[in-house]
Design a protein around this ligand. Sequence first.
Ligand code: NAD
Length: 318
Amino acid sequence: MAEIIVPEAISGPALDALKAEFDVLCDPSLWQDESALVLALVNAKAVIVRNQTRLSGELIREASQLKVIARAGAGLDNIDTAAAAEKNIVVTYAPRENSLAVAELALGFLLNLARDIPAAHADTQSGNWNRGQFVGSELSGKTLGLVGLGRIGQMVAKRANAFDMSLIAYDKFLPEDIPVIKELGVRLLEFDEVLQQADYVSCHVPLQEETYHLFSKYQFSQMKQGACFLNTSRGEVVDETALCDALISGHLRGAAVDVRETEPPEPGGLAALNNVIVTPHIGAFSQEAQLRVVETVCNDVRAVLLGKQPKSVFSRNS
Ligand code: NAD
């Protein structure tokens, strides 16, 4: 029986080093088979997951030898951290290591929405030369509304400044007087005000009970006619049906989403609309970010198994 279970696609030099030292089971499809996962975890001391493996309270309680759960990424919404705490299982993660990759994807989305690059590309590749069909708009002078101004939101703001965008944000918990808000030139407003004033609204909140469907019919109705919506946070933060309706009616000009309510999603739906850009949850997937993420979590798993102090521990009180 392996000591470390890796039930998703995770690789890199840091994992190879772990394999040289411990008995590691890597099975990228194990997350899909809950009963096999339960069996694999019975005697395991560590499990390293991305966001696809659901580590429920029940599953955690059955894994009686488990010492550490490592999340190769930032969001912990797929792990019952309360159940882990009850069993004194350390939860480690990589909250900062992939932020830049996500922020850069959001900037890519902004440029693609402004100039309709995916549609122009597809049209040109099919043999056309329709210059007049693709008159876009500039980001300069437009207002970007950030919902959630944490690590990723701030990185997006910093980069959007280079495009001379005007920046507004809503963040329920960020103190208004922290210096970074002034440094970034962001105006903190109420949620509705951000929705009503922004040309582009970009979502960067974590998935929690309170943020489930934070963007629903009402919120989309509050957005400006012709505005665009971006989501690189979590799919369940958005009521996808309401987003589809807002796009089909033309109230929203476009949307770009990396994350979906169900992953992988059923064919059609949002992805079938021609004013939408969709990507398969690749926000964190830059080569550099993945190296950083895997190194951080593997080092922390190694530390826990050797009785040392891990560096990046999630605390439910933080
Ligand atoms: P963070 O914790 O640094 O920032 C989140 C911000 O949201 C915080 O400032 C917090 O105060 C704010 N917030 C929380 N609840 C809110 C609410 N109800 N209303 C308004 N603001 C609220 O997190 P981060 O590193 O910036 O990451 C944000 C999210 O991005 C993650 O939780 C994760 O879900 C997602 N993410 C996605 C990918 C991807 O592959 N697409 C990769 C990494 C992270």
